[in-house]
Design a protein around this ligand. Structure first.
Ligand code: FAD
Length: 385
């Protein structure tokens, strides 16, 4: 089934909700780089952010394909799920690797929205994409870990109660393998700020509430360790498939937004006495964008179906993210070109979405790293790092 046809009731309900948050709402927030609190609350109340939490823990347990439909429609409507998508998947680390006590303590409250788990801290300024080089360290002292170090690009930390944090518990040089010796901690941000954690916002070209975090002796109870000490890298990798597939679905939504807007404008804007869309130089790029978004959406559907079936889907998640982010970027560029000067006017929302969708070729994983995965893991060519 194509992405556009799946979950019609969910899509319809998401569209209705998004209609309450039109372009003016997002433009005003974008100007001030303000978080869309009302939008996130509305999605939470409607239960859309808990679709991946099993019913036993208070969610709807609908699975990843349903979650992709939610995010795609949010983005197709001109809204931005980047403010809250992490509430959907970050809990997967607790669900898959946490103790029963942790699941009981956190998941029902995340499902109801009582607890916001919007932040996950992996990236560091010096390690970059090479996650095994992270140096934020959690030292065990009795019944606490004491965390010191720095993270960068940690989004939504100021709008979250909890954060899933990846840090070293054994130095890289002392670990059996570079990917060993990292652990996942659940950090309660409400108790932490001012007690060993400082959050500093980073202003970027889009409204993404991203921050820099400084840890200076932050105490985290040992009971907040997820799974086994030293195995955190694997837990985080597990969660990345869901993240990549969901972000790919946001790109599909963005791509459809741009194609919808560009084709509508090309039909109505008249220059030289005829609609600009009658010129094939204008029409064909929009048609090409549609073809590319449609093809990429099939890859997203495939990756989501494999994820929901419990099959390994790392390669498919990566390919879906790459294809979708490139399709949305081509569609964004085409929409700007189609709108001529109006593409640059804030009021049309094209330039805002253009900035927003550009992110996804860099985060959460850059295109080169995906190509490297495919080149070496799928095609067996020599590794370059
Ligand atoms: C707005 C925003 C929000 C983010 N939110 C979060 C978040 O919530 N949590 C979090 O943990 N992280 C977050 N990130 C971080 C994001 O995941 C990283 O920026 C991304 O993974 C790229 O890492 P880097 O910026 O360190 O780039 P680098 O690793 O420094 O890479 C720079 C460039 O070099 C290329 N490159 C590097 N090595 C190679 C190689 N061997 N071969 C070929 N090319 C290579 C990369 O592809 C990239 O294009 C966010 C980033 C942004 C910009």
């Amino acid at each position: 089934m194509s992405g556009a046809e799946s979950f019609p009731e969910i899509r319809d309900a998401v569209r209705k909700l998004c209609a309450q948050f039109p372009g003016e709402y997002w433009r005003a927030l974008d100007r001030e780089r303000t978080y869309p609190t009302e939008f996130v609350q509305a999605l939470t109340r409607a239960g859309f952010l808990s679709v991946l939490i099993p019913e036993a823990y208070g969610g709807s347990g609908l699975g990843l394909a349903a979650a992709t439909a939610v995010l795609e429609e949010i983005h197709r409507s001109g809204c931005n799920g980047g403010a809250c998508h992490a509430q959907m998947y970050t809990m997967g680390t607790i669900l898959k690797h946490g103790s029963e006590a942790q699941k009981q303590a956190y998941l029902p409250k995340i499902a109801s929205g009582e607890l916001r788990l919007q932040a996950f801290g992996v990236t560091e300024p010096t390690a970059g994409t090479d996650t095994t080089r992270i140096s934020t360290f959690a030292r065990r002292e009795g019944d606490h870990y004491v965390v010191s170090g720095q993270k960068l690009w940690i989004s939504r930390a100021e709008h979250s109660d909890l954060m899933v944090l990846l840090c070293r518990t054994t130095a890289r040089e002392e670990a059996a393998k570079p990917s060993d010796g990292m652990s996942v901690l659940i950090v309660d941000l409400r108790d932490s700020v001012g007690n060993g954690l400082t959050i500093r916002p980073v202003r970027t070209m889009l409204n993404h509430a991203t921050t820099e975090l400084f840890f200076d002796g932050l105490k985290v109870p040992v009971e907040n360790l997820v799974g086994e000490e030293g195995k955190g890298f694997r837990y985080i990798l597990d969660g990345m498939n869901a993240e990549r597939i969901l972000i790919a679905s946001e790109c599909i939504g963005d791509g459809r937004f741009f194609v919808d807007r560009a084709s509508a404008y090309a039909k109505e804007r008249e220059v030289f006495g005829r609609p600009i869309g009658q010129n094939q130089g204008v029409q064909f790029p929009i048609a090409r964008a549609h073809v590319q978004v449609t093809a990429a959406s099939l890859m997203v559907d495939k990756a989501a179906a494999m994820f929901d079936a419990g099959e390994p889907c790392g390669t498919e998640a990566n390919m879906a993210k790459m294809l979708a982010s490139e399709a949305s970027w081509f569609a964004a560029d085409t929409a700007i070109q189609t709108h001529g000067g109006f593409g640059f006017a804030e009021d049309y929302d094209i330039e805002r979405k253009f900035r927003e969708t550009r992110l996804y070729q860099v985060a959460p994983i850059s295109t080169n790293l995906i190509l490297s995965h495919v080149g070496t893991h799928v095609l067996g060519m020599p590794k370059s790092f």
